[in-house]
Write a protein that binds this ligand. Structure first.
Ligand code: TYD
Ligand code: MG
Length: 459
């Protein structure tokens, strides 16, 4: 008789081991391995027995425009590359409370309003709860089919029967299927449920949107394997306490991963933000020392945000350094550079840094702006309100080039900035821009520029 074999799968990364271990050798997590019965996966068997395709010459493959199921939510459709492709699987990941279910319901509403059929499967909320949420949102048609179900086999029956154009699963971590014995949310369950659902999407031609929770450090909870199984991986980011949300594609088989969608969480659901720069600059305090505007780039989209710094006399003991929206290490590095390479003395002072609006800055192109914000606060001299600043700063204090300076300068010009401090290496941008470029070669020059600017306006 054949023995039932087990494997031990890591709940963090999904890697499988032949025996029980205290620590996952792949990702290093402790105590994350759990036993699973080894069941044959659906996919290979289907793929082998399935279609009977023959090899074809690459040159003879016909290219058709992919049909798209556009949701009508511009910010989402752009990230998807024009809309979801029928038969494709999209994974929408995000931390709890960021607004995944809200976005899902809004998409469902728009698609249903466009005359298509939508099936919304929830394993987390009851239909009554979903109805309550729908009432908060504008225009969610009553015809959307809700299904409270966590068993994949059961929901597949309704899926076949209804033949919807769009199926939403909220969330994959609550789903389970009969052929796997482990608990919902475990690696094996999530993987097999997702495989069954993906196979159904391919078979029926419905677009499938699967919601998944991510852990604090941003990984999809449980198996990273899910990312291989789906066609599009979207990440929904943002502070739960702030309105601002960013939607990014980290994988897209049908489009670019360079697009980002920008949303605002309102009392009536998520609203599209077409001009994010204007949104972030709306609350800006002009003429306050320590504030500096930087044109960031999210994908191919320029985004003007305000970096704020406050340098204060340290009361006693170790100086405090508190950073929000920007990595502590980067701020520490720039403080050291500023201290050593310019006349601005920031050593042994309390330093607070904040990026307005809850944006997270990951790009080094904000370095120079942060240095200037620090210098501005320390010297108590405001940066003129018509100036934006952009450039990476090296350890020698030198200012380095950034990607797509042209896009950034153009966005600054569009929003009325008349001068942009940039790295010295000149790119070519249209002359017609009503915006002057001020080349800055190092942080000492940047501080000098600020002093000279104030000396000039005072006389
Ligand atoms: P939700 O979509 O449930 O998040 P997720 O599915 O990602 O866990 O919504 C998260 C938060 O959004 C919730 O705390 C309340 C808030 N919210 C609004 O501010 N406005 C709204 O119109 C809705 C529906 C929710
Ligand atoms: Mg939810």
């Amino acid at each position: 008789m054949a023995k039932t074999r087990s494997v031990y799968a890591c709940n963090e990364c999904g890697a499988q081991q032949p025996r029980m271990l205290g620590r996952c050798p792949e990702c290093g997590a402790w105590g994350s391995l759990g036993e699973e019965a080894l069941a044959p996966s659906v996919l290979p068997a289907e793929a082998v027995a399935g279609t009977g395709n023959k090899p074809v010459a690459l040159g003879e493959v016909e290219i058709r425009d992919l049909p798209r199921l556009a949701s009508g939510i511009g910010e989402l459709d752009r990230v998807l590359g024009g809309g979801a492709v029928p038969g494709s699987v999209t994974l929408l990941g995000g931390e709890p409370g960021v607004g995944k279910s809200t976005l899902g319901l809004q998409v469902a509403g728009r698609v249903q309003a466009g005359g298509r059929k939508v099936l919304y499967v929830s394993g987390e909320e009851s239909p009554a709860q979903i109805r309550l949420r729908a009432d908060r949102l504008d225009e969610v048609p009553g015809e959307i089919r809700l299904l409270a179900e966590t068993r994949v086999e059961a929901l597949l029956r309704h899926w076949e029967e209804l033949a919807p154009d769009l199926v939403l699963i909220d969330s994959i971590q609550t789903m389970h299927c009969d052929r796997v014995e482990s608990a919902p949310g475990s690696v094996a369950q999530v993987r097999e449920s997702a495989a069954l659902l993906a196979a159904a999407a391919r078979r029926t031609g419905a677009a499938l949107l699967v919601i998944g929770h991510v852990t604090k450090d941003g990984a999809l909870a449980g198996p990273r394997l899910l990312e291989h199984l789906v066609d599009v991986v979207l990440g929904f980011e943002g502070d739960r306490d702030r309105a601002f949300r960013l939607l990014r594609a980290s994988k897209n088989r049908f489009g670019s991963t360079q697009e980002v969608g920008v949303f605002r969480m309102d009392t009536a659901g998520l609203a599209e933000v077409e001009n994010p720069s204007e949104h972030f600059l709306a609350e800006r305090s002009e003429g306050a020392p320590g504030s500096c505007i930087v044109p960031l780039l999210e994908g191919t989209r320029p985004l003007l945000v305000e970096v704020q710094a406050l340098v204060a006399q340290a009361a006693y003991g170790m100086p405090r350094r508190t950073c929000m929206g920007i990595e502590d290490g980067r701020v520490a590095l720039l403080l050291a550079v500023l201290d050593r390479r310019s006349d601005v003395d920031v050593a042994s002072r309390d330093v607070y840094v904040n990026v307005a609006g809850g944006v997270r800055v990951g790009e080094p192109s904000a370095d120079l702006a942060l240095c200037l914000a620090l210098a501005s606060s320390r010297l108590d001299l405001a940066i003129p309100p018509d100036v934006a600043v952009c450039g990476e700063v090296g350890l020698g204090g030198e200012v380095r080039g950034v990607a797509r300076l042209d896009l950034r300068v153009r966005e600054a010009a569009r929003l009325g900035f008349r001068r942009v401090l940039t790295p010295p290496a000149a790119g070519d941008e249209p002359e017609s821009l009503n915006c002057e470029r001020v080349p800055i070669s190092n942080v000492a020059d940047a501080a000098q520029w600020l002093l000279a600017e104030h000396a000039r306006t005072e006389t």
